[in-house]
Design a protein around this ligand. Structure first.
Ligand code: GLC
Length: 462
């Protein structure tokens, strides 16, 4: 990064102008066409894979480009990533299944010829599967159609096939009896071990959002018939399951507290055999406000992960996965527990952090994910656009205004860090990149949404 440009930027432009200049700099070109953005442009650290375009990282930039009449880059991104999607299962089974989209890609050149090199998690640290990529991709395609009114792209046979393959991969019958999807640890934004294998909320919220988007995008024709039917059949049980079994508020907590174990048969109340001792009642009974609640982090046999995960909860509000009452209560919780969940930077990725023995067991002693750092209780500015959208959707504009003001007071001064550390997000993340693109685009997108709340229609579902 050119230091002179940076200095003049910070002294002479507004924060928004500066953010836009950095965002422009992060754009990746492929055969002279803009197709995405780099994850970060921090000259002071080894780039590892931050010099790639991550599908999840590009979402906030893409939405912003759509709002600003620059749909071309989003269209190029959707087309190129679709080409990278796995279309055939390899017989050596060393490649992921049909329908999967990469976590990230990079433009490479051989003999003057450019090509895209995808990473399906086969290069990533920990070899994690990017389950969320294909779900974000459908969400973005729907936003593209809404913003441009151009239905022809989504109606193209290659796009229809792409949507069908994603749904096939997600909806296929497996060794599972829930309407949610079963995934390995680290399959989403939290792409390291953090005890979120099974049915983590982030994936379930994105799954629901993608199903809603697919329902709107799939053409009603013979080839799509069974897929559309499968989508419709899944949506009801999925939202009912999440609204009922993941929901936590004081009332639910009392019910769970008095659960009996070892119930057999259809009439069982404690269906998942949750043992009272596994629930942190001391903490929850004092932390949960009188009014307010949230969707728990995960649910499985004798497992209810009571941590609050921001992305899953905010996307649940945005996509109307939570009922109207529940959406209001999620925002009430954020309001009432502002210091814990927002603090000095919107907002906390998950709360509370894993500590001690739990940290050892569930992260595999991961030093990057020590308590109140990075994924384990760090604060991530990228979550600002989702907080803003959820607040606007529920009529809690004042929360969005407050959150944006906090971000605005620090981000530019601190060179747009990837994440923040500490119980209240006061410290710049120990290993955080600077000039992280989704920090920059999320800030700009949040500002834009505040200014023009009508734009919400692009990303929300009624
Ligand atoms: C980290 C984050 C992941 C993000 C990537 C690039 O690995 O955990 O969610 O996509 O960085 O920014």
């Amino acid at each position: 990064m050119d230091q002179r440009i940076d200095e003049s930027m910070t002294t002479e432009c507004t924060i928004e102008e500066e953010a836009w200049a950095y965002l422009e700099k992060s754009i990746i070109y492929y055969n002279d066409r803009p197709i995405g953005t780099l994850a970060a442009c921090d000259p002071s650290v080894e780039s590892l894979n931050y010099d790639q375009c991550f599908i999840r990282d590009f979402v906030s930039a893409a939405l912003l480009f759509l709002l600003k009449g620059r749909a071309e880059i989003v269209r190029n991104f959707l087309e190129e990533t679709l080409k990278l999607q796995i279309k055939q299962r390899q017989l050596d089974f060393l490649e992921p299944g049909r329908g999967l989209m990469p976590a990230s890609f990079k433009v490479e050149t051989i003999k003057g010829q450019q090509y895209l090199e995808p990473d399906f998690g086969d290069h990533a640290i920990g070899r994690v599967t990017p389950v969320d990529s294909c779900l974000w991709w459908i969400f973005l395609l729907r936003a593209y159609v809404k913003a441009t009114g151009d239905t022809s792209l989504a109606e193209r046979e290659d796009f229809q096939e792409g949507i069908r393959l994603i749904l096939e991969l997600c909806l296929i019958a497996r060794f599972d009896m829930y309407p949610t999807i079963l995934v390995p640890d680290g399959a989403c934004m939290i792409d390291r071990r953090l005890g979120i294998y099974g049915h983590p909320l982030e994936i379930q919220s994105l799954f629901y959002t993608a199903l809603r988007a697919a329902e709107a995008l799939l053409l009603d024709n013979a080839i799509n018939k069974s897929t559309i039917q499968a989508v419709i059949q899944r949506l009801g049980p999925l939202s009912a399951h999440l609204r009922k079994h993941y929901w936590l508020d004081l009332e639910r907590l009392t019910v769970i507290y008095r659960y009996k174990g070892e119930e057999y048969g259809k009439a069982a109340i404690n269906q998942f055999n949750i043992y009272s001792d596994s629930i942190p009642y001391d903490w929850l009974s004092s932390w949960l406000p009188e009014k307010g609640g949230y969707l728990a982090g995960n649910l499985g046999p004798s497992q209810l992960d009571c941590r609050f995960f921001a992305l899953g909860n905010l996307m649940a509000v945005i996509s109307s996965l939570t009922s109207e009452k529940q959406s209001q209560e999620v925002m009430q919780l954020i309001d009432q527990r502002w210091d814990d969940l927002v603090g000095y930077m919107p907002m906390k990725i998950c709360f509370p952090a894993l500590e001690g023995q739990e940290w050892k067991m569930l992260t595999g002693c991961d030093p990057k994910n020590k308590s109140w750092s990075y994924h384990n209780g760090g604060n991530w500015p990228v979550l600002l656009w989702m907080l803003t959208a959820a607040a606007l959707k529920t009529g809690r504009t004042e929360l969005a205004v407050k959150a944006v003001a906090i971000a605005e007071s620090r981000l530019s001064k601190e060179q747009w860090p990837e994440y923040y550390d500490g119980q209240n997000g006061r410290l710049i993340g120990k290993e955080a990149r600077k000039y992280q693109t989704w920090t920059i685009s999320s800030f700009l997108l949040a500002k834009e949404l505040l200014e023009k709340p009508d734009y919400l229609a692009l990303l929300t579902f009624d």
